[in-house]
Write a protein that binds this ligand. Structure first.
Ligand code: G1P
Length: 289
């Protein structure tokens, strides 16, 4: 039987060094694309896929991430008094069900695998999603929903995948590919950040996952991989052959918001999707190119 997917882990303990000084006092996941912080895109995408419970793996100086999803009583009271219905509506999506967000701290930056292991009590025996808020995906159907649909078909572990240029395999988790119907790919192996000459393909993992709880057992071994870190990819690789494992070539465009250029491109692409901004945006962009 395929267990219902209700939980998501959001690893948000990173230091955001690539965005200093902006991230000196605020979490990089609070940086907005147009008018919404990255973390909220991730939470909304997860909710759309049926996620009810969230665990943020945070670190020092990241409390604003939790604040963001709380009720801002004084602010809302003031807005209501002033009849600012639009502003109130803008806040609505940042409300969450009472008790639906928990946090754990990753005290030491030992890698993504270690961050996920920190959420082990939250995960328990349940399947869970992971969303990396840096990977922002613009699509017709939310990316995690596309993965959840595949999960409904195959069960087991699912990762979002996309082709990357050969010379960039050393930035991603890379698949060794089995059967491939163009959308659903059977995962035969996984390697974290291989050099182009060692990469088994150029099909890379993008930051959306649905994983089975058993991955925690392998992460708990704390084996160091690429970059000396405990890699999620290495833990996942141990599940291959024991449980179904598939990649989904998702429909959509992904922006690497952990990178300045990717982040800037996302601003433009998301603004151009907005009925209230698109025309004006298109107009002034012409002045710059
Ligand atoms: C992480 C994962 C990697 C994945 C990537 C997607 O790497 O370790 O497997 O391909 O996210 O964005 P990071 O970007 O944290 O180095």
């Amino acid at each position: 039987m395929i267990k219902k997917l209700r939980k998501a882990v959001l690893p948000v303990a990173g230091l955001g060094t690539r965005f200093l000084p902006a991230t000196k006092a605020i979490a990089k996941e609070m940086l907005p694309v147009v008018d919404k912080p990255l973390i909220q895109y991730a939470v909304e995408e997860a909710r759309a896929a049926g996620i009810e419970l969230f665990c943020m793996v945070t670190g020092r100086g990241k409390t604003a991430l939790v604040e963001h999803f709380d009720v801002a009583y004084e602010l809302e009271h003031t807005l209501r008094e002033r009849n600012r219905t639009e502003a109130l509506a803008a806040l609505a999506a940042s409300h969450t069900e009472p008790g639906s967000i928990t946090t754990v701290r990753q005290q030491v930056p030992l890698g993504l695998g270690h961050a996920i292991w920190c959420a082990r009590a939250f995960i328990g025996d349940d399947p869970f999603a992971i969303l990396l808020p840096d990977d922002l995906i613009l699509s017709n159907k939310p990316c995690l929903t596309q993965l959840a649909e595949a999960y409904g078909e195959t069960g087991g572990n699912i990762v979002a995948v996309t082709e990357v240029p050969r010379e960039q395999t050393n930035r991603y988790g890379i698949l060794k590919v089995g059967r491939d119907d163009g959308r659903l790919v059977e995962v035969k192996g996984l390697v974290e950040k291989p050099a182009p000459e060692d990469a088994p393909s150029n099909l890379s993992i993008i930051g959306r996952y649905i994983l089975m709880a058993e991955v925690i057992e392998y992460l708990a071994l704390m084996q160091r991989g690429a970059g000396g870190e405990v890699q999620l990819t290495d833990g996942m690789a141990k599940l291959i052959g024991k449980q179904p494992f598939h990649g989904v070539r998702y429909e959509g465009r992904r922006f690497d918001c952990g990178d300045k250029l990717g982040f800037l491109e996302a601003q433009v692409a998301f603004a151009l999707q907005r009925p209230d901004l698109a025309d004006a945006m298109r107009g002034f962009l012409k002045n710059y190119v």
